[in-house]
Design a protein around this ligand. Structure first.
Ligand code: HXC
Length: 521
């Protein structure tokens, strides 16, 4: 008798389970086979395919899959054009959303926005990174102001979460209009060549308003935003490599501002440290690639460069020293002689603030002849932009270690994390030149009369320049004042940095209580 009852109940449940599975299959099919085919034809993966590649195998847990349509027999927009949930990357929990372009073009309506807000809220509550895979036609036109409000709710959350959890945006299709501002409020933007675009107003609107003709790719493609505008931070050739890059970036980041980045087994850099003695040319006006130095110093020679194609006169990126993740900043003498200009000031100061927010020590390699002169820079506000660098380094309380490789002139010397801006330790290589300005410029000002009155002005200038260089353009005056802690053999750089970071591991520094400062944006 009891057996019979139980079989009846199972049969009822069986039917409901079939309905559930049927519904889940419908939701998982997104916009259907035809639209999936179109998506593949456009060189793009579907939202679920992207999630599968991004996360550790089998770890994805979907949330609110059935949000939206209440008529379950006639789903209009399965999943509301978005897949949300959580899973693991290298064993660490992340929350994510992936817009599904096969459903109403991934356009954002009220429920779609609510699903994004929910994962952002959960990421905040649990101190986990939030990842957005963006592929959307923007505000769902049919939903009018509710769609706009949905964006507003997301922007607010992005702002509140800034500096608390890492927020990472992958652009894997169109991102147009005000919709670009959610990625712009997050920490890092990844773009895929040929298939992703970001712009406020598209080519058609531009043509009708200004007459200018421009393609989607030239206007807002991956190369444009990685090289020209500086909006994006990483560029990938394919969606697969873009997702792999994101996993790589996460390996350097803590899950939240109270955590530590995961440590890895230390790996010695490849190459012979003796090579460090040959990279800086004897001629101080000759360029070299600062990457060669960094690769001989950091674990495994590995540097994950951020904004590698933008403002190339400076370099920023993540690396490890003795297994510990660090932020690396360097001047790049190969471009604009490593001068500081508007764009590089923005690039470096944002990165410094990022590392400070997420407890990553800052290692700065300095070789800077000064701020870039010229009306273009002055009119563009180099004073305001350069100030960001001073502000960001001054404000940063993480361990800060600076290595002066060669030139350290004027205000730019101060700006690149000098002892005055509270670098904890400043080392100099014997090749360092620390002074108010370079020998040529200084001699022309200080010895103007002597040179003018000399029988052979050119020879006099050359002699005085050599004299000045010998007397002032070295690290020992700064060392004698305590501005530089030690002049080190370049071959010892890695060992000294590791020891210094170990000594600073317990560093605690508090800023005076205030609501917030006024960053010179
Ligand atoms: C509703 C949309 C949509 C939208 C696309 N679709 N965008 N539905 N609202 N915003 C639908 C299409 O009708 C189509 O439905 C499907 O998605 C795929 O779109 P296609 O046009 O066929 O795809 P494609 O040719 O690849 O072109 C993609 C596109 C184009 C370039 C993104 O769809 C487009 O221009 N969409 C409108 C973009 C836009 O102006 N959005 C508003 C931006 S302003 P079917 O059923 O035919 O498959 C904005 C404000 C945000 O977002 C403000 C925040 C503050």
């Amino acid at each position: 008798m009891d057996q019979q009852k139980s079989l009846e109940a199972n049969a009822g449940m069986q039917k409901k389970l079939e309905q559930l599975e049927n519904l889940r299959r419908k939701v998982q099919a997104g916009g259907g086979a035809k639209r999936v085919e179109k998506q593949h034809g456009a060189g793009k993966l579907t939202a679920r395919e992207r999630i599968d590649i991004l996360l550790d195998s089998g770890t994805f847990v979907e949330i609110n899959a059935f949000a939206g349509d209440s008529d379950i027999d006639n789903l209009k927009n399965p999943g509301e054009g978005i897949v949300t949930g959580y899973g693991l990357i290298d064993g660490r929990k992340v929350y994510l959303f992936a817009q599904d372009f096969t459903v109403a073009g991934g356009s954002l309506g009220a429920v779609h926005a609510a699903k994004i807000c929910k994962v952002l809220d959960l990421a905040m509550k649990t101190g986990s990174p939030a990842i957005g895979l963006n592929d959307s036609g923007g505000a769902r036109i049919q939903e009018g102001v509710d769609a706009l409000n949905g964006y507003g709710e997301i922007f607010y959350r992005n702002t509140i979460a800034s500096g608390v959890i890492p927020q990472l945006s992958l652009i894997m299709g169109p991102s147009a209009g005000g919709a670009v501002y959610s990625p712009a409020l997050t920490d890092f933007i990844f773009m895929v060549q040929s298939t992703s675009q970001m712009f406020i107003t598209g080519p058609e609107v531009i043509k009708s308003v200004t007459g200018e003709e421009v393609s989607m790719e030239t206007l807002g493609g991956a190369l444009t935003h990685n090289q020209v505008s500086g909006v994006a931070h990483f560029m990938a050739e394919s969606e697969e490599s873009c997702l792999a890059m994101l996993r790589q970036l996460l390996s350097y980041l803590p899950s939240n501002n109270l955590g530590e980045a995961p440590e890895q087994q230390p790996v010695e850099p490849p190459g012979n440290p003796e090579e460090l003695l040959r990279i800086i040319p004897d001629n101080p006006n000759q360029a070299y690639d600062v990457r060669e130095i960094i690769r001989l110093v950091v674990d495994g020679g590995e540097l994950l460069e951020v904004q590698a194609l933008y403002a190339t006169n400076g370099l920023i990126g993540f690396a490890r020293l003795n297994g510990q993740a660090v932020g690396v900043v360097a001047n790049q003498p190969k471009h604009l002689a490593g001068c500081l200009d508007i764009n590089v000031s923005d690039k470096i100061s944002r990165f410094v603030r990022y590392c400070d927010a997420f407890n990553l020590p800052l290692i700065t390699f300095m070789d800077v002849p000064g701020f870039l002169p010229g009306t273009a820079q002055e009119y563009g506000g180099i004073i305001r932009h350069g100030a960001k660098l001073l502000y960001a380094y001054s404000e940063a309380t993480v361990p800060k270690v600076t290595v002066i490789l060669r030139k350290a002139y004027g205000g730019a010397y101060l700006a690149m994390c000098s002892s005055a801006l509270r670098a904890d330790v400043v080392f100099a290589w014997p090749s360092a030149e620390i002074a108010v300005m370079g020998p040529e410029g200084a001699v022309n000002i200080v010895y103007r009369n002597e040179i003018a009155n000399a029988g052979d002005p050119a020879a006099a200038r050359a002699n005085l320049t050599a004299e000045y260089r010998a007397k002032f353009a070295n690290p020992y005056i700064a060392c004698s004042r305590g501005y530089v802690e030690d002049v080190i053999d370049p071959r010892d750089t890695r060992a000294r940095l590791i020891k210094t970071l170990q000594s600073l591991a317990t560093k605690r520094e508090k800023m005076p209580p205030k609501k917030h400062g006024v960053f010179p944006v």
